[in-house]
Structures are given as C-alpha cells and as structure tokens.
Design a protein around this ligand. Structure first.
Ligand SMILES: *[C@@H]1O[C@H](CO)[C@@H](O)[C@H](O)[C@H]1NC(C)=O
Ligand SMILES: *[C@@H]1O[C@H](CO)[C@@H](O)[C@H](O)[C@H]1NC(C)=O
Ligand SMILES: *[C@@H]1O[C@H](CO)[C@@H](O)[C@H](O)[C@H]1NC(C)=O
Ligand SMILES: *[C@@H]1O[C@H](CO)[C@@H](O)[C@H](O)[C@H]1NC(C)=O
Length: 480
C-alpha cells in the first residue's frame, strides 16, 4: 500500500513539476522555475576576477558568493540562507567544507556555492535544482600579479599594457549589499543585491566617479513572472565590467567554470532540441562598447570532442553570443577573414566558406576566435584571449542579420534594443547546432550540451562612465 502510495505521489509530482502548460500546449521545461513564476524565489550571487576566480576577498565581505532563497506560506517568508551564511569567508568553517579549502579564496568560493546550493535546493524531477545566478565580473587584469593562467597553463608575470589595471589591487572583489526579499503591502515581493568595486566608496552619496551594480527582483504574489531589474555602471578604475543572470547546470562544469557548480538547469539542453523564451526590456544601453548579449550560451568540451573533465590544459570553454547593441560592428568581413568562422551553415545545411565573398553573411558575425590550444587551425585565424578564463576558450559572436530569421533571432540592428522591449522565443538549439566550433580533424563531433544560458551585458573597456539598465522576466528553456 505504502509503495503504491509512493508511486502515485511520485507520478503526480512528475506530472505537476516537469510538465507546464503554455498556450494550452504541454511542454517540458529544462529550468527549475519555468517562466520565473514561482513565488518562493531561489537566486544567488557570485563575483569573478579576470580569470573567473576570486583571488582575494574584499575586506569584511566574506567570499563573494551569496544567496536569497525563501518559501512563502500564509504571507510569511521563510528564508533558507542567513546573513551569517552569506558573509562566510576564508577561515570560517561550514558543513561539508574540505580542510584544504578553508584558507584558499578560490577553493573556498567554489565550496561556498555548493553549500548555499544545499540550503536552497528544491526537490524536483528528474533532478533537484538550486538557484538563478547573478554573475558579476571585473575585467581588470594585473599582469604583474601572475594570477591568471594562459590557456590553462600557469605563466609568470608579464609587462602591463594589454589589460586595464590602475595598479595594486585592481582585481579586487566588490562590496556587496543585500536587501533580503520581503513582502511589501501584502502583495509584492522584493529584494536586491547591489554594490561597487570601489572599496571605501559611499554609494549612498551618488554614483559619480564610482562603479556600481544592482539587481532588484520583484513579483506580485501569485501572479506573473519575477522581474529582474539590472543596472551596471563602469568607472575610470573599473572600465570593463560584466553583469549577467545565468541559468547554470545544477552539477558539473557550467560555462567558464572548472569546478562543480549549482544552478537552475535541472535538465541540460542539447542542440538542436531546445528553445529559450525570455522578455527583455533594455532601458539604457551602456555605451558603444556594451556588448549586450540577448543570449550567451556556454559549455565545455575538448578539441577532440570529449566532454570536459576539469583538466584545464585540454578543456575548452565554448561560448556563443548574440550581441544586440546596434553600435557593435561586424569585424568579420572579406578583408578581415581572421575574425570570421571558417564557414557558415545555412538552415538547409549548405556550407558557405568565408572566402566565398558573394555568399558568406559577413554582417552576421561580430567576431570569431579560436581556442589557443587548438593544433590544426585554418589560417588566417584569431585566437581568443588566453587569460580571461581558467582554460582555453572559443567564442562565436553573432549580430542581428536576416539569415537568423529562421531561428527567431533579431534580424536587423536595433531589434530588441532600447525602446523595443520584446518577448523572444529563440530557437537556440537549432541555431547552435549549425554554428562552427573547432574540432581536431577526424574526431567525432562533440555533443553540444549547454551548461549555461545567460543574459546581460559586458561593458568593454570604456573611456567614460557608462550605464546599462535592463529588465528581464519570463525566462524559460523549453525542450522540443
Ligand atoms: C543598495 O541597496 C541598499 C539595500 O541593501 C539600499 O539601501 C541602497 O539604497 C542601494 N543603493 C543604491 C545606490 O541604489
Ligand atoms: C523594471 O523593473 C523595475 C524594478 O522592478 C520596475 O520598477 C520597472 O517598472 C520595470 N520596468 C518595466 C518596463 O517593467
Ligand atoms: C539553401 O539555401 C540557400 C540560401 O540560404 C539557397 O541559395 C540554396 O538554393 C538552398 N539549397 C537548397 C538545396 O534548398
Ligand atoms: C576557400 O576556402 C576553402 C576552405 O578553406 C578552400 O578549400 C578553397 O580552395 C578556397 N577557395 C578559394 C577560391 O580560395
């Protein structure tokens, strides 16, 4: 009897939790909270230095990992993460922390993410899930610090000049303020993370001259989607900043990580069988260098097609991004073939080589760069920055263009940009199945399983103080 009851409860759970209804049609969502509609929110925060590590904690802030997770019942919020948990930093033990990680800021942060994940975890089928992830990254690199490896290889310090850095401490972690989610006027839930990289700055005294980031989440109880409202501001000392909302894998290596992560993707989407739905309202663009990613998908596989295993010398992070800032030019051109992938594949699976100037869609590609550890690259080629990830990376950056129409992507400059708020239903799986990614000749094509789907902006080295502001809601990953 009890077994039958369990089976019945299990069956009901499967039906209720993994199948949601959209316009009367049933579909399976890959994310824990399809469409961001669950009142009991799960959101976390992480900050990265240039090579996606911590390096050193900011004074008094603890390890730059935090979370806001709660359940709502009869108008009461039951928070699952305390402010003491959020302030945990090197030297302070917590359940599950391996002894070797207690005094190493990088290892500690990775373990803290797992710990916060254990507090936030929601049981679900086929897998439990933990949280949406707010990711903040500082693009300063102190080349004299020797902190970042080169394509995964440890290298000695080198002369400055190539990367922004104002001097000692330019790779610091930010100040983080957390407003825990609260119920306002009995019907609205709201909370936030904000702060600055400028240690010692008073953000209450105005933002002139300093960097700033903020994510506010808000929702009407029992109705609609959470709205995540983002703001990112650069400054002279911090001219290159990134802020994303990520749906990461609930275990394994998410895009850009080389250690176990926690996240929202209870099922990992695989090309070509998934779509992404999201509402984006860009209020301020962040200047001409703001590479606003309508979507950034990230994964990891080796050049021989094998899945990554944490060996940073052979693992390669793979990214593809659609940049919707109309100020972003196509560096890929008949005269700049090194910035184009070797070929483009049309929806009807025709290959067009980049030297086919009559047919190659140059305007559809901002920039392509190949993994720095690939051995059989087609020349001319541009290799990706070897320092900004823990391992080699490959990046395919797209621009709005008519050839993407088939996949529901932006087809012209300005689509989805300031004043053109939209709900997108992007055939990310279809498009990503036809993008060029490098592989060693004669090897079995990698399975394109995406461990991160992110949205937000990367304000690239800017001369002036730039501000980007946008709202994101209704995020879903739909398996097709
Ligand atoms: C940052 O968040 C805090 C609450 O945690 C709030 O009091 C403050 O006004 C925010 N700062 C700015 C500049 O918005
Ligand atoms: C964006 O989010 C902010 C904060 O939740 C909200 O005040 C604002 O009305 C939102 N804007 C739109 C257009 O939804
Ligand atoms: C495939 O599409 C291209 C244009 O995108 C077109 O020129 C070509 O004729 C098509 N080929 C087939 C076999 O349909
Ligand atoms: C164009 O590139 C392809 C692939 O690299 C090559 O096989 C072909 O010979 C090139 N065509 C011309 C006209 O250079």
């Amino acid at each position: 009897m009890e077994t039958h009851l369990h089976a019945l409860v299990f069956l009901l759970t499967v039906i209720l939790l993994s199948v949601s209804c959209a316009r009367g049609k049933q579909y399976i969502s890959a994310v824990g909270d399809p469409g961001m509609r669950r009142d009991g929110l799960r959101v976390a925060f992480e900050a990265w230095n240039f090579c996606n590590e911590v390096g050193q904690e900011a004074p008094g802030m603890g390890s730059p990992r935090a979370a806001d997770c709660f359940d709502l019942s009869s108008s009461t919020l039951k928070h699952k993460v305390t402010e003491a948990d959020n302030k945990l930093g090197v030297g302070k033990p917590f359940p599950g922390l391996p002894p070797g990680a207690i005094s190493n800021a990088d290892l500690y942060a990775a373990q803290k993410e797992l710990y916060l994940g254990s507090l936030c975890e929601v049981e679900d089928k086929p897998n439990p899930w933990q949280f949406w992830m707010v990711m903040l990254k500082n693009g300063n690199y102190d080349t004299k610090s020797g902190l970042c490896p080169q394509n995964g290889k440890k290298v000695p310090p080198f002369s400055p000049g190539r990367f922004p850095c104002f001097g000692d401490g330019c790779m610091n972690q930010p100040i983080l303020y957390h407003q825990p989610t609260e119920l306002i006027n009995g019907d609205t839930l709201r909370g936030s993370f904000n702060g600055t990289y400028d240690l010692g700055a008073e953000i209450g005294g105005g933002l002139g001259g300093i960097s700033f980031y903020e994510v506010v989440w808000e929702k009407k109880v029992g109705a609609g989607s959470w709205v995540f409202s983002h703001k990112l501001k650069t400054s002279k000392k911090y001219p290159w900043l990134m802020l994303y909302l990520r749906a990461d894998a609930t275990k394994g290596f998410s895009g850009g990580y080389h250690y176990d992560t926690r996240g929202m993707l209870k099922i990992l989407p695989e090309s070509p069988n998934f779509k992404v739905k999201v509402t984006l309202d860009v209020k301020q663009g962040g200047g001409s260098k703001s590479q606003f990613y309508l979507l950034d998908i990230g994964s990891c596989w080796k050049n021989n097609g094998d899945p990554c295993d944490g060996d940073v010398l052979t693992d390669v992070t793979r990214y593809s991004e659609m940049i919707i800032n109309p100020a972003t030019p196509a560096w890929c051109s008949p005269k700049g073939l090194e910035n184009c992938p070797p070929y483009h594949i049309t929806p009807n699976d025709t290959k067009i080589y980049r030297n086919d100037t009559a047919n190659f869609p140059y305007g559809a590609y901002h920039y392509y760069c190949a993994p720095g550890n690939a051995q059989f690259l087609e020349k001319p080629v541009s290799t990706c920055d070897p320092y900004s990830n823990p391992q080699a990376q490959e990046i395919v950056q797209l621009l709005p263009h008519p050839i993407w129409a088939e996949y529901g992507y932006p087809t012209k400059q300005g689509d989805g940009w300031v004043g053109d708020a939209r709900t997108w239903e992007l055939d990310v799986g279809g498009l990503s199945s036809r993008l060029y990614f490098y592989q060693d000749p004669g090897t079995t094509p990698a399975r394109r399983i995406w461990t991160s789907i992110d949205m937000g902006t990367e304000i690239f080295v800017s001369d002036s103080e730039e501000v980007a502001e946008w709202n994101l809601s209704n995020f879903d990953v739909i398996l097709t």
